[in-house]
Design a protein around this ligand. Structure first.
Ligand code: ATP
Ligand code: MN
Length: 145
């Protein structure tokens, strides 16, 4: 039922909670996880508008390096509990990239946090989780904050 999981993460606390849930799904027959992170194109665009080119390139490199570090960490954690792991870092609009990857692989389930970095108290769901629930063809398991 949960053989192949797609786990999109923004490395937030809520996504960390979703990660611990992914780990537990191993005992429910899950075998394989694709962990993905999207470097948000709109944040990068804002950055490039307010910084000089060399500054922007340094910050972008730094963001990429930090994302790969976080990814490596998650990959190891998941391998420790016996998962076959694929990691992907994409650049673009998070919702679009998540839906694109979801369509590519035949995932049994998408595990996602209800909220992410913004974590606004009044919101029932963040914009990414809301769109994924709305638009993905796969079942979606939303881990609440
Ligand atoms: P918003 O971004 O709308 O201000 P938020 O940050 O609280 O709200 P979302 O961005 O919807 O909430 O995050 C919900 C979940 O979606 C996260 O826990 C994570 O699983 C996934 N997610 C969010 N952003 C990304 C991203 N850039 N790359 C991969 N997964 C993401
Ligand atoms: Mn967000």
């Amino acid at each position: 039922m949960f053989e192949k999981i797609l786990f999109p993460t923004d490395f937030s606390d809520v996504a960390k909670k979703a990660l611990s849930f992914v780990k537990q799904l191993r005992t429910a027959g899950a075998e394989e996880v694709t962990v993905m992170h999207v470097l948000d194109q709109s944040s990068l665009d804002t950055l490039s508008a307010i910084r000089s080119v060399p500054d922007y390139l340094t910050i972008e490199k730094d963001l990429e390096a930090r994302a790969s570090e976080e990814m490596k960490f998650i990959e190891n954690e998941l391998k420790e509990v016996g998962y076959k792991v694929t990691t992907r870092i994409e650049k673009g609009f998070p919702i679009r990239e998540i839906l694109r990857i979801a369509d590519e692989g035949n995932f049994s389930v998408i595990v996602i946090g209800s909220h992410g970095k913004s974590n606004i108290q009044e919101m029932l769901l963040g914009s990414v989780s809301e769109k994924v629930v709305r638009k993905a063809k796969n079942p979606v398991l939303v881990v609440k904050r």
